[in-house]
Design a protein around this ligand. Structure first.
Ligand SMILES: Cc1ncc(COP(=O)(O)O)c(C=O)c1O
Length: 380
């Protein structure tokens, strides 16, 4: 049996949604983007949603909109994907990398507080809801507000998710979601910037399309002076096409059902692996609703079996796994630029040395799930 790390469930609604857009003849940003934005804002309970072509773009626009510029400093957890930190450099600013909790891979309020005390130059904090598990945002927000630090959460993994029943998307000044190919809702490539702040939303809308004050759909649908637009800033080419928006829109109504399926698989994995010596499962939080984008385990120190060999052995048994992530402080660019030492990141190191992510997607079959567990057990 072969169990892929991720398998997309393609519904009739998804196919029909894309067919409809293709048949309409309007492929780029237009009515479907507007409808997707409205539905997504409603789904997370936020005032504005701005659709873009990646979460990376959303993070970049969010930092730009809150005014990050050359020489600024932004707090970023070391346990994240490249995008969270690279967007800081796009604007000539630098990340300050923070360690994470060894059980959850999250920034905690204590870590944030200590980092902001040590680095008063930090103007923005970017927690990552790692694997779909929300950070303790209420406390983190208090730490930031006390010091006038803006809060932008990297919610790439966290739709739909909540902290203390408040949806991710309403917990920070700006939230950025990813609809990359294997995310909990996917448009192939895509992202969404979500905010309650009118000025941030307005700035992001302009900057996602070259700094134009009117987009193509706006010009097409208004009678007067159809062609005319002004450029108010040197913006970017980050708009989402209608084909992608239609795909996203067709999945929103199933998002909670799919999250529950992921939750059940995660609970099964946890239960089945509880008594397996040499493995620990990712931590959860009682107050949080987890999106379950990832289920990761840590292979604790084993006399002969190391993580990479373990992944290869699982692959031979037909089980595909992945690693999230090699932490940023171990990446050459950041290590050299910020003069980092792994000893400063004990929490991330305790995860990184042995972590691997197991197959987790709504359509994972019971026989596949069992094969994952039996394969892990047989190797240990
Ligand atoms: C934590 C995190 N942030 C940001 C991103 C960037 O998302 P995108 O690929 O949509 O730009 C990813 C992508 O996987 C991610 O995992």
């Amino acid at each position: 049996m072969r169990v892929p790390f991720f398998r997309l469930s393609v519904s009739d609604a998804m196919r029909a949604a894309v067919d409809e857009v293709v048949a309409s003849g309007w492929l780029t940003s237009g009515p479907k983007v507007q409808a997707f934005e409205t539905a997504f804002a409603e789904a997370v309970g936020a005032k504005h949603a701005v659709a873009v072509n990646s979460c990376t773009a959303a993070l970049h626009l969010a930092l730009e909109a809150v005014g990050v510029t050359t020489g600024d400093h932004v707090l970023v957890p070391t346990m994240t994907f490249a995008a969270t930190a690279e967007v800081v450099r796009y604007l000539g600013a630098d990340p300050v990398l923070a360690d994470v909790c060894p059980m959850t891979a999250l920034l905690t309020p204590e870590i944030v507080e200590a980092a902001l005390d040590k680095h008063p130059e930090i103007s923005v904090c970017m927690p990552v809801h790692f694997g779909g598990l929300p950070c303790e945002m209420e406390e983190i927000r208090k730490c930031c507000t006390r010091r006038g630090v803006r809060l932008i959460d990297d919610a790439a993994h966290a739709f739909p998710a909540a902290d203390n029943e408040k949806p991710v998307g309403t917990l920070a000044d700006v939230s950025c979601f990813s609809f990359y190919a294997n995310k909990t809702l996917t448009t192939g490539e895509g992202g969404m910037l979500v905010t309650d702040d009118d000025d941030i939303a307005a700035r992001a809308r302009i900057m996602r399309l070259h700094g134009m004050n009117r987009d193509a759909w706006g010009r097409f649908t208004v009678d007067a002076a159809k062609w005319e637009y002004d450029l108010v800033a040197p913006g970017y080419k980050y708009n989402m096409p209608d084909t992608a928006a239609a795909l996203g829109l067709s999945q929103i109504s199933d998002a909670c059902r799919d999250r529950d399926r992921r939750h059940n698989i995660a609970a099964y994995y946890r239960n089945a692996l509880e008594d397996v010596a040499g493995i620990r499962c990712c931590g959860d939080r009682a107050d949080a609703t987890h999106a379950w984008h990832l289920f990761w385990i840590v292979l604790e120190q084993h006399p002969t079996l190391h993580r990479n060999e373990f992944i290869e052995a699982l692959q031979e048994l037909g089980v595909s796994c992945s690693v999230h992530y090699k932490p940023l402080h171990r990446m050459s660019y950041w290590k050299d630029r910020l003069q980092l030492d792994s000893a400063s990141f004990p929490g991330a190191e305790a995860i990184w040395r042995g972590c691997l992510s197991l197959p987790l997607f709504p359509d994972l079959q019971a026989a596949e799930r069992d094969h994952v567990i039996e394969s892990i057990r047989s190797l240990l």
